[in-house]
Ligand binder design. Sequence first.
Ligand code: GLN
Length: 381
Amino acid sequence: GLWHDGAPTPTIFERMSAAAAEHEAVNLGQGFPDRDGPEQLLRLAADAVLRGPNQYAPGAGLPALRQAVAMHRTEHWGVTEDPESEVLVTTGTTEAITATVLAFVEPGEEVITVEPFYDAHAAAIALAGAQHVRVPVSAPDFQPDPERLLAAVTDRTRLLVLNTPHNPTGAVYPPALLRRLIEGCAERGVLVLSDEVYDHLVYDGEHVTLRALDPTGETVLTASSAGKSFAVTGWKVGWLTGAARHVAAVRAVKQYLTFSSGPAYQQAVAAYLPQSGPFLAEQRARLRRQRDLLVDGLRAVGLEPTVPQAGYFVTVDLTPWGTTDAMAAALEWTRSAGVTPVPVSALCASSSETLSSWLRLAFCKEPDVLAEGMQRLARHA
Ligand code: GLN
């Protein structure tokens, strides 16, 4: 449940961060960078706070940011979207997801996701009073079978929530698979919400936004943000794009979730997006090296991690170590080895056997932090 004993149930990420702090473990759990984004962007925000805007932004977001997002998406992903009607600024990708689910899904209706899934997707479905239908993916490539996803559609299905690049697996879904899903959903009157928050962090392969593959523009909504791309996860500057009438419906919900989002951070991101190309290239290269460092470290202790195509995370099966309970292993690693992962099982239904022996480890951490983590693991192994 979302809460128990009169308090919110901590998310798995908060829970593991608290365990890491308690045991002074190297925290490779929660996915946030330990090095803040580019100086230039930070200065833009500082200036924006000092000079304003500091009062409520328009509900749809600052016009300058909507414009910059539309241009950025044209430049990188080749889509043309109207900044006035087809772009909504949100408080991070999380709000884009929750507001979209609440806008379109009625209690008792069904929403399909891949399993494992990001926790906020499941929570949004629960908040809407809807049924969460899960279609598992498996190692080594974690690609979903489009026919299995479409076979899960019933007359109560309202929405398919996809996440590419995918958290926690790092899979990037190829265009042919996505085209088939969009076509199948369009035929069945199902909307597709695509969480693309890791869009810029692809190391092998290429990101394609689902909006570029939607022939009518009426089936797909996409969400992304500045937080992951520019290593400012706490800023919560996100955006949703879709057909004008869909964006209007989500905006109606956003109005009563947060009303509007922080204007100074919006202004900073708006000014930075057009000049962000060089940083994005450096950041990709840096994260790729950190991914490889973590992969090598895990191999050195006899594990066989997957090499993710994208994102912040490596996943690894503990079966070679005779472990079947990832939650127990995550706590044991934290206590005894001084390294904190996240159990992938926590991103699956509790009834599910999917990936029950898998851990997720974040590589969006400085190389010396990753090296220290891997040394501790080697001493423990
Ligand atoms: N997106 C981050 C992760 O997957 C966590 C964000 C959060 O703690 N809610 O680790």
